[in-house]
Design a protein around this ligand. Structure first.
Ligand code: ZN
Ligand code: ZN
Length: 280
């Protein structure tokens, strides 16, 4: 496929940049929520320089994940949610191939692209163009992280219906503009796509609320509770995060209980369980 030659992407996070205005280091990776390579050297690449294979995986009827099989980017999983009015891409792969574009088109006409936060910008302007100049919805509070401005950029804040009955909500926390997207599954149950705003844990029953996942920087208890309460304004049975994790049963209750647990630990309520070493 033909791509514009002014697109460069960070080799670590996979986010696209304008080659004419390339920063010394990728601001997203230099930030404390991400990381530069261990040798501290910024590397750039061009889309298609890496021979990428993008898997399209059905998570449930009407919801698919796009996984970059060769590991470009930070291992994120874009989602494509299909509803009666069309499809929405939530988070964006850090690669693009003609095969993957055709596979996504076959799922339904994509009407909106909405990354949950800057780590998930990926190759959003290329995907927008390939899918027919689809609007790219960016939370206004996070727009300063754009290294390349999509031609069909739409800024939003608060809550935004990106398609009928598909609503994005800016809950903040991980980034000020961090969002979740609520829609309905084919069975009519609520489905919440959470990016890194709310992260399903490996136990499949609880979730985490973090400023940084790779560097393990927690949010405060009050912010975890605020994010959970914002999510709980929606009804949802299932929740899908950024890295293949999911809560498939009673996810809304899981979010509320997990935030309460987070807040209790962060406040020192369970310090008696941490041993007596060093205590006065
Ligand atoms: Zn980067
Ligand atoms: Zn993130």
């Amino acid at each position: 496929m033909r791509l514009p030659d002014d697109v460069v992407q960070c080799a670590t996070c996979g986010v696209e940049y304008d080659a004419r205005r390339l920063p010394g280091a990728c601001p997203i990776c230099a930030d404390e929520r991400q990381y530069l390579p261990a040798d501290g050297v910024q590397r750039w690449t061009r889309p298609l320089e890496h021979d990428e294979d993008i898997e399209v995986v059905e998570l449930e009827e009407g919801l698919h994940a796009l996984r970059c099989a060769d590991g470009v980017g930070i291992g994120q999983e874009a989602k494509v949610l299909v509803v009666d009015a069309g499809a929405v891409m939530v988070d964006v792969p850090a690669a693009i191939t003609e095969e993957a574009v055709q596979a996504v088109r076959a799922l339904g006409p994509v009407r909106a692209i909405i990354p949950s936060h800057p780590h998930m910008f990926g190759l959003q302007s290329l995907w927008s163009r390939a899918l027919g100049d689809v609007p790219v919805w960016i939370a206004r509070e996070d727009a300063a992280w754009l290294g390349r401005t999509p031609e069909n950029l739409r800024l939003w804040e608060g809550t935004q219906e990106v398609l009928p009955r598909v609503v994005a909500a800016q809950l903040g926390g991980h980034f000020p503009g961090s969002a979740v997207v609520h829609g309905e599954g084919a069975d009519g149950a609520g489905v919440l796509l959470t990016g890194d705003t709310i992260a399903p844990n490996p136990d499949g029953r609880t979730v985490a609320f973090m400023r940084s996942y790779p560097n393990r920087i927690p949010l405060s208890g009050p912010v975890a509770l605020r994010v959970a309460e914002g999510a709980a304004a929606f009804g949802f049975e299932r929740l899908y995060g950024n890295f293949a994790g999911a809560i498939l049963v009673d996810a809304r209750a899981s979010v509320l209980a997990s935030a309460a647990r987070h807040a209790a630990w962060a406040s020192g309520e369970h310090d008696d369980l941490t041993g007596s070493a060093g205590l006065a």
